[in-house]
Write a new protein. Structure first.
Ligand code: BYC
Length: 340
């Protein structure tokens, strides 16, 4: 989508001296968008490749937990909605791979890094989905957290990433609403349904808070990515916004957030414009977070195995597409030679 004419992206044949860096930062501070053919510091390029490719992988791996329920959705209507949602996530992955390609990395390289277990993807997708209620909770909370994190990315300094995020966020808000709708139906349903959705909330709440990344004091990338206006808010700021927005929704649903220390604190300074007050909440288990990030979560191995199998099974499609492209190119070359 973005990659035509960008074959030279990644050739940094300019001097990255202080004057260049100051000029580049001035463009960022001036809210100019950086575009693929612009000169950019190597570290800016590499940071974007890291974040966008991790984001793309998250979308593709993120299809698996929900894909698990497509064939077992409780009604045809729910099945159609879930199919559309999971398909959207695949689309998000493809826009994001295309955006990363504009920075000079090939899709094959990114996929190789993922399948070799070298690339990160969101910790949240390494948890299982044993019940239908998980599909509601994922849409409500995981997509809800994703929106909180991704709306600011629509103003990211790198043009192709920012533009891809606009459409992604629109689709994510549909996803969040369908998740809320499933959750609400179960929460207002029979005692068994209510218990099922409460159990799901109990399992997902803490992993969802971890999605925002380590606390600011342990976030290695935030300072620089905020200076470059790739990220606009720190991990802790977004996590707090998410908790503040979600607690009233849980109350409305009659569900209990599994945190004894959750309490409204009218004096909490959450950095919102002239407003104070926010929820205090309990400690996140960062050991669990790092275990999952490093590959030892409940579903890490299954997720990579599933992607690896899909890649192998799709080899014939890639080969056929390549042969078709070569044949078409030959045909149009012959046609233009004939016309000349
Ligand atoms: N999981 O310095 P930090 C979706 C890593 S898809 C795993 O704070 P940064 C959806 C981090 O990479 C949702 N790793 O990092 C799809 C870094 O390691 P490296 C995905 C994590 O980049 C389907 C290290 O920890 N969203 O919504 O400044 C269905 C230190 O962290 C995580 C995005 O990708 C994690 N949770 O901030 C439904 C959004 N957190 O790379 C829904 C775009 C941190 O230095 N990405 N790490 O080795 C971002 O906004 C940022 O990259 C993050 C992390 C906030 C995630």
């Amino acid at each position: 989508m973005y990659t035509q004419g960008l074959l030279n992206a990644g050739t940094d044949d300019f001097v990255e001296d202080d004057a260049f860096l100051a000029k580049f930062q001035a463009r960022i501070d001036n809210e100019e968008k950086i575009e693929p053919n612009d000169d950019m510091p190597k570290a800016y390029r590499n940071t974007l490749i890291r974040q966008i490719s991790q984001h793309a992988h998250s979308e593709i791996i993120g299809m698996l937990p929900e894909g698990n329920w497509i064939s077992r959705s409780p009604t045809l209507r729910r099945k159609k909605i879930l199919l559309a949602k999971v398909q959207d996530e695949g689309g998000h992955g493809l826009y994001l791979y295309a955006a990363a390609e504009t920075l000079g990395i090939s899709r094959e390289e990114m996929i190789e890094q993922l399948l070799a277990g070298k690339a990160k993807y969101s910790s949240i997708f390494n948890y299982p989905t044993p019940s239908w209620a998980d599909i509601g909770i994922i849409g409500w909370l995981v997509d809800g957290a994703a929106i909180m994190n991704q709306i600011p990315l629509c103003r990211c300094s790198y043009g192709p990433y920012a533009r891809a995020m606009v459409r992604i966020c629109k689709e994510e808000s549909f996803h969040q609403r369908q998740g809320f709708d499933i959750t609400q139906t179960l929460a207002k349903g029979s005692a068994v349904q209510k218990q099922m959705v409460q159990d799901s909330l109990n399992r997902w709440w803490w992993p969802v808070l971890m999605m925002f990344g380590p606390s600011d004091s342990d976030s290695t990338n935030s300072d620089q990515t905020m200076r470059w206006r790739i990220k606009r808010f720190t991990n802790d700021t977004l996590r707090q916004k998410f908790v503040d927005a979600t607690v009233p929704q849980a109350e409305f649903l009659g569900l209990t957030i599994p945190d004894d220390r959750l309490k409204w604190n009218p004096n909490k300074n959450t950095g919102k414009n002239n407003m104070s007050g926010g929820y205090d909440f309990g400690a996140i288990d960062w050991d669990e977070f790092w275990r999952v990030v490093k590959g030892d979560g409940p579903m890490n191995r299954d997720r990579l195995k599933a992607r690896s199998n899909a890649w192998d099974k799709g080899a014939w499609v890639r080969e056929a597409a390549l042969v078709h492209a070569q044949k078409s190119a030959k045909k149009s070359q012959a046609a233009s030679q004939k016309a000349a």
